[in-house]
Structure formats: structure tokens, C-alpha cells
Ligand binder design. Sequence first.
Ligand SMILES: [Zn+2]
Ligand SMILES: [Zn+2]
Length: 554
Amino acid sequence: MPVTKLQVVPLGGLGEFGMNCMAIRWGDDIIVIDAGLMFPEAELLGVDIVVPDITYLLENRQQVRAIVLTHGHEDHIGALPWILSELNVPVYGTEFTLAYVEGKLEEHALLDDAELNEIKAGERFRIGPFTINPIQVTHSLVDCVALAIHTPLGIIIHTGDFKVDPTPTDTRLFDLHSFAEYGKEGVLALFQDSTNVERRGYTPSERAVRARFQEILARAERRVFISCFSSSVHRIKLAIDEAMESGRKVSVVGRSMLESTEIAQDFGYIEVPEGVLIHPAQMRELPRDKVCVLISGTQGEPMSALSRAAVDNHKHARIEPGDTVVLSSRIIPGNEKAIYRVIDHLFRRNAHVIYDDGSSPPVHVSGHASQEELKLIINLVKPRYFIPIHGEYRQLKLHAELAAAMRGSVGQVMMVESGDILEFDELGARKAGRIAVGRVCIDSNSMGDVVEDLVIRDRRHLSEDGIVLPIIAINKLTGRVESAPEIVMRGFAAGEDGFLDGARQTVMTTLEASSDEEKGDYGMIKEKIRQDLKRFIVKNTSRRPLIMPVILEV
Ligand SMILES: [Zn+2]
Ligand SMILES: [Zn+2]
């Protein structure tokens, strides 16, 4: 390839939700922006996470210099353990982003071999032919940056995820000045977040939920449970501040929520006076109206703290009649069923449930820019080429149309999807072919363990380790298990005698240990069975078949 061409190759995130990852190449040097995952859809039972196919990077492994991260959300860093285990290159990210990354790599025993480099907004750094300037932006998470990448052919700007929040809770302001200065200097291409292109106007500031939290906490006569994404640091801060203000102690429940709160405290984003945070076990000693619980699990994840509390199966977080439960998050498309199931359980416990129903003041605000903010950035940057990123196809398309209507601010709009090679040179920009991309489904307990790749790649794993289907007959009316579970296996050799009995017994034990309410919640009971059976099979056979529980209603 002649050295005078700049290539931008999205490996994921364009035309799909999640899995953001983009390669930028100049000659023999490639840098990768973000390494995100996608959460599997419900029909991918047996799969923990989905990551981008990185065949392109592996085929060019000698050229890949680094991975640069815009912020710490899972759809931007979640695939790092998987990618680093295949391709160990230096990682660049802000302090807060790297704190999340460290936890993740530690979990997979990859931290010792990883080279992590901290970057700061406004401090340029160099990787090969690229000089990169991280620009402070605002989002639902803290310490997020856009990246201005100086290439031999000109400057390209990748916005990362953002909204223009004029009053972030950490008062680290969106650096509009830098965007404007680059606009004056001249920008070759702007790659901009498309998530909220369908929304008119401006996205409200994170502070907008404060009024609602105040109202809820003041009115509640019993415990208040607040659930939000564990990474929503602004939200956690507001919840803790307002809970304190209302005279309540705060208990943090759920691993991810706990981790996130600790990291945010370590870096000074959240300051909590001594004595405010209490251990979940201390809750019961306090008057009901003196407790606020931050709890993880806004998306109805079957094993999350909130889901378990909703079916009265959490050791400490017990939801009693008259308690208030706030879901301070949006319903991610695809999760509706699971979330409403949890909400139903909460109603059954006679809790007041408050979720994002469009009322004002809001109980949740988005972290992504609406139309007017998107236009504002385009106006400031005035790129020669505009490329929508981070969105499903319709969002990319609508964003392209929005930009194309801004004559005078945008030279030319280019639509690309994951796998397209976008090429720039002195003559202009064009699509120059495609590379293989796709989704790789992973069993997150072991990074080397590709369960199944839905789109292309091999099915080796399936044929080696096979499938196990535990079949359980449950009486819809009584919630009773009607007969002993059947275990059907394909391509999986059971090995020792007694394995089948053991597997059946494992499923029985799980069922016996579950309440009728849990058994009536098929999503949850399937996940419990899957996890317990997986543990049993790994322990007894060291194999990792795909486990797909089937519930028969009788
Ligand atoms: Zn994102
Ligand atoms: Zn994000």
C-alpha cells in the first residue's frame, strides 16, 4: 500500500449496537480506537459476551501499535481482555477508564502482562505517525474524551460518546474551545456519535435528575432503592448526595455497583463523609425511612442484585411493602421483557416502582447528544468529511442526512458500516473494499473459550464440546416441577458413569433451592440452572459445552 493513503476501518459498532472498535491505518502503522463488547441477546443463551471479530488485526499484527480508549463503558472496553489475550499491545486511556480496565484485566489474569498508559485531556501523545490529542467531553460516565488524531494527511476527530452537558456533576467541562480551534485549523474528517440522532433538541444535563431524586427521597416513608448503571458515576453521586441530604444512610448492593462506587471515591468523583455508607447487613438495624440502597441490575439481568431482591432472594436487600424502587436508567431495546418482569415482581411485593416514563423532572437522562448538540459540534468542527459512527443503520443514516443538510459546515458525508475500508488521500475519500468482520460469542469465564461465532468462523468448539439441554417441565399454574429433569446431550461425551445422574441431581437441587416466584420467571430460572450445571460439568469433565435449559410448560 502506498504510504500516502489513510485508512479508517470500523471493526464494530457501525450498523449495530455495541462492540465499538475502529482501526486507523497509515502505511505500516495501525492504531485501534476502543475495544467494546455487545451484550448477547436473550436468544443467545449460553453465551456471556459478544466481541468483534479481530481477524483483520491479527492478520496485521506486526502493524498494530496500540489501542486508545475514549471512555470506560463496556461497549468501548469490554472486549479488551479478549483482544489483549490474542494481541498484546499497549493500551491508552484516561485515569478513570484505566481503573475499569485494570479490574477487568485482573479478573482474566492479564494485568501483569498489559502495558497501560495514562492519558489526560489536553495532553498530546504520539504513536507512530499519529499525534493524538484527547479532548474532554461530557457523557453519563466521567473522564471521557474525544480524540483529535493528527495524521500525515490531516486531522481527524473521533467524538467517542458524548452529550454537551454544561453542568456536569464533576464540573469538568466539555472542551468546546478545542473543537472550535480545530474547526479553524481545518479538520479532514469528523466521526460522530449517532446514538440519539432521533431526538430533537438538547439532552438534559445529568443534574436534571436531582430534582426528581429529591422529591422521591423526601416523600418516601420507607426504604428507597435506586438502581442505575453501575458506570453512571454522575448518577451515583447525585443519589448519594440527595440521600444524605434527606437524612438517610446509603448501602451499596451488587458487585459492579460496589466496584464502581469505590473507584469513583478513590479518584475523588464522589465524596462521602464517614458514617454515611453502611454495610448491607446493617440495614435492618436502621429505621426504614433512614435507608437508601444503591443496587445494580437495571436491565433485568437474571442474576443481578435487583432481580434477586425482586423475587425476595437477596440476603440483605429485602424489598418490603411500601418501599420505593427507582429505575434510573433507560430500557435498552431487547431487554424490555426482562425489565418488565422484574418490575412485575416488585409490584407483587407492593413496592412503589418509579421508572423512566417520560415524566418531568426526569428520573433518567441520556448520556448521548441530541440533534442540536450534534449540529453544534459539526458547526464548530466544519469537517471536510463527516462520518456517522456508534449506531444502528437507521441512526447512521439519519445522522448522515442531518449532516448533509448542514451546507457550509460539512464538505461531504460518507456512510460506512463495520467492515468497510474508508480511504483518504490527496484526491479525496472513498470506500476501498471490505474486510471480514463479525460477532464472536464468548463464555466470559475463560477468554480462550469461543463458544460460537454466529456470523462466520468455525463451529469447532460446538463440535468438540457439544450441547447439553436440560429439559424441565413446570406446571404453569402451580409453579411445581412436574417430573425429574431430562438431560439431552449432543456431541458431548458424558465420560464417567453416573454423570447423567449427577447432572440431573444438580438441576433438581437448583430447582429445590428456588422459590415458586423464581421458578415462574423462566429467564431467571434458566440462568440459574445454566450456571449451576456449568459448574458441575466443568468440575467433572473440564469441558465447556453450550448449555441451553429448556422449560416445558405443562
Ligand atoms: Zn458507547
Ligand atoms: Zn458510553
